[in-house]
Each structure stands twice: as C-alpha cells, then as structure tokens.
Design a protein around this ligand. Sequence first.
Ligand code: F6P
Length: 320
Amino acid sequence: IKTIGVLTSGGDAPGMNAAIRAVVRKACAAGKNVKGIRRGYQGLLEEDIIDMSRHSVSDIVDKGGTILFTARCSEFRTEEGQKKGAEICRKHGIDGLVVIGGDGSYAGAQKLAGLGINTVGVPGTIDLDIACTEYTIGFDTAVNTAMQAIDKVRDTSTSHERCSIIEVMGRNAGYIALWCGIANGAEDILIPEKYDYDEQKIINHIISNRKKGKKHHIIINAEGIGHSTSMARRIEAATGVETRATILGYMQRGGSPTCRDRVYATMMGSMAVDLLCAGKSNRVVGFKHGEFCDFDIDDALAMQKNISNYMIEVAGDMAK
Ligand code: F6P
C-alpha cells in the first residue's frame, strides 16, 4: 500500500474527526501518502479528493461533525457507480481506503474491495446499530447530549405536572432511547425492537402514576417508532394529563465528542491503517468483549444485532 484514502459517509457522528486524524497520522507515521475524499462516495465519484498531511488534521480531535463532509450517495449503490469509484481510486493512486460510517457505507467498501481496492470500515454512527461491534463512534456523545436535553425537559415537565414524550434518534434501533430511558429515569421507553403498539398500557401507567402522586411522566420514544406529536394528542385525550412532544432531532449528532468517542475513534482509525498496511482488505474494525478487533465485511454485514433483554428488563423495573 502506497496511498491511503479516507472518507466519511452517511450521517455524521461526533468523533469522526478524531478517526480521520488517527488515519492520517498513523498512515503518515507508516510512510504512506494520504488523500482525503470529501463528501463520502458522492465526492469520490466527483473526484473531490485532497492531499492530507499530519498538519491538515491539527486542532480537530475535539470538533464535532466531519472536516471531510459527508453524504448519502444513491449512484454508488449501482454497479456502474462502484466501477467508476474504483477507477477513480486507481487514477489517484489510492490503493487502500478507510471508510468511516455505518452499515450502508460498509456495503460500498465491500463492493470496492471486490473491484481490487483494499478497504477497511470503521464504525461511525450515533445509532450503535452495527452488529459486529459493541461500540460505534458517536454513540457516547449523542447519548450524553440527549440525556442532558431530556433532564431539561424533565424539569419543566415536572413544574407543569405534564407528561412529556421525547423522541430521540436511532433510525430503526432503540439504543439511544434505551440508554436515555435508563439514564433519565423515564417512566416508559418505546423502542422498535420491543414495541407492542399497546398505547393503552402507557395510558394506564400514566393514570396509576398520577394516583400515586407522580408529578411528571417521561416517555422516551425512539425515532423508529416516531409519531410523537399524534401520540401526545391521543394520550392527553385519554388521560386528561397535559402532554407535550419534544423531538430532539439533529442536535444529537453535533457537539464536541466525549473522551470515550475521541479515544475509541483514535484506536479504531489507527487499527484500520494497521490492517491496510498488513495487506488486509474487506475488513471492518470493531470492539467486542473489551478488545478492539476486526471482521470480514461479508461476515459483519450478515450478523444480527440483538438489543439486551436484560437492559430492557432493568429499565422496566426502575420505572415501576
Ligand atoms: O444514522 C444517524 C441518523 O442520525 C439516524 O439516527 C437518523 O435516522 C438518520 O441519521 C437521519 O438522517 P438524515 O441526516 O439523512 O436526515
């Protein structure tokens, strides 16, 4: 490997910059050239490629977002787009590529590997929804940001003796909702993995809590269930308790990464470069059982992620 490219793809996540920095610095230390591909696979197809050096990643370890920008690219899902991408890599001398993103981004890396470009994926998503790893860059910051925001909503909810439905991100996964539900002491947590669509249970819970003298009722609703505003209207009508919906939205994806996100991003970005330097391709970096590790992309994409039933049980016990 002579030249390593790096791109960020899909939704941005705090810590992506720390991962980019690690890739660049580790590659430079190994005597490789480094090229940054801006705006993910879209930028690759448009040849939006820049030279990078140790200095081009100064002062970013603490910054949210991604200095390389990011995008979702439909053209890269086509065979034609993938072939064009591989050709552009060859034209720019990029023989190894680090892709920082989620499952969708790994699928692109897998295709490029099949076309002769050595690729390694690094898990970057706030959703924690990648099966091969217990940790994804950005989750820790996002869940802390959401937790702090929910604490604030809880204050005003208590003052007004309201019920609050707070919707958090996570696409089809309920990790942010479950973690916030536990951290914020929510009365109900709705996650797509376990939702039984029985709104009456929630209504009964609110009514019985009111009878016990509880001053608020916090419901954390995962984006994968959604419809928080209409849910609030129905709950208010059925319980007589004033109910408001708050959708936290994109603020969960921004902000300075936590220590954990910076450190894990640095470790994972470095490991991706080590794998490329060792001649590996079609791999993804992960974190399992307390160790950084790597998997074949094909195996990683075939794995199923199971949310912890024990965490769900404990969350339920806390809210009784
Ligand atoms: O994958 C991260 C994420 O923020 C999800 O939680 C959410 O469903 C999605 O991205 C939103 O994507 P977009 O930026 O395209 O609206």
